[in-house]
Write a protein that binds this ligand. Structure first.
Ligand SMILES: C[S@@+](CC[C@H](N)C(=O)[O-])C[C@H]1O[C@@H](n2cnc3c(N)ncnc32)[C@H](O)[C@@H]1O
Length: 211
């Protein structure tokens, strides 16, 4: 599969192994911890989860014990899917998880609707955020939450430096800071209202509930 913005090749085995080691040593990254807080605040129990751009699967590893009954893990990177599956097996959670390799904008129509849909640091990988949002939210029954960069100078500079590093490394992959007001108005236009916002210096975590 050839994925938009070379996502499937950029997020390879080396990245996935590094992310797993960091998670096992330090626990969830900050945006992931904030998304988990937002999901718990929404108060759904034994819900179904669709984690899009799920990486090594930290959200499901953390939410499985109490908050969710089953999870569908979608990622464009086959390497990340392999690492996530192995970790899921190690935790004895395999029977409740389904793994789908593919670009969500291409596979969304094949997925069951889930109570909770999460995108942790995925919107910034994708140039066409409108398509990404429309297709991912079409799979959501109740709670939709995303982490993505804040639309401010500090984030723009950080992401610009990140992209500059990739220019020197001759990598094609780029990250994007999208306009927050437009992203969230597109989510609202599909019948969701924002119920919480959490922010770090660079990132914004916004949760929405179907009206
Ligand atoms: C920066 S990583 C974040 C991984 C994980 N959500 C986390 O926060 O630890 C972005 C992930 O999203 C995946 N991804 C990006 N765009 C995608 C798309 N359109 N469809 C499916 N997966 C996508 C990438 O392969 C990668 O695993």
């Amino acid at each position: 599969m050839s994925c938009c913005n070379t996502i499937d090749t950029y997020f390879g085995a080396k990245h996935a192994d590094r992310d797993l080691k960091r998670y096992l040593k330090n626990g969830p990254d900050r945006t992931t911890a904030l998304l988990i807080e937002a999901v718990r605040e929404a108060g759904l129990e034994r819900a179904t989860l669709l984690d899009i751009g799920a990486g090594i699967g930290v959200l499901q590893h953390e939410l499985f014990p109490h908050d969710i009954s089953s999870a569908v893990h979608v990622d464009a990177s086959p390497a990340y899917i392999e690492v996530a599956k192995a970790e899921c097996r190690r935790r004895d959670q395999e029977a409740r998880a389904t793994f789908v390799t593919g670009d969500i904008t291409e596979v969304a129509g094949t997925l069951e609707i889930a109570d909770i849909v999460l995108l942790d640091r995925v919107v910034c990988c994708y140039p066409n955020y409108d398509d990404l949002i429309r297709k991912s939210i079409s799979r959501c029954r109740r709670v939709y939450a995303i982490s993505y960069p804040r639309d401010r100078m500090l984030s723009r500079v950080a992401f610009w430096l990140d992209n500059l590093k990739r220019v020197f490394r001759r990598q094609v992959f780029r990250v994007f800071v999208h306009p927050v007001a437009d992203v969230e108005s597109r989510i609202a236009a599909t019948g969701f209202e924002r119920v919480s916002v959490r922010q770090t210096l660079i990132w914004r975590v916004a949760a929405f509930r179907r009206v």
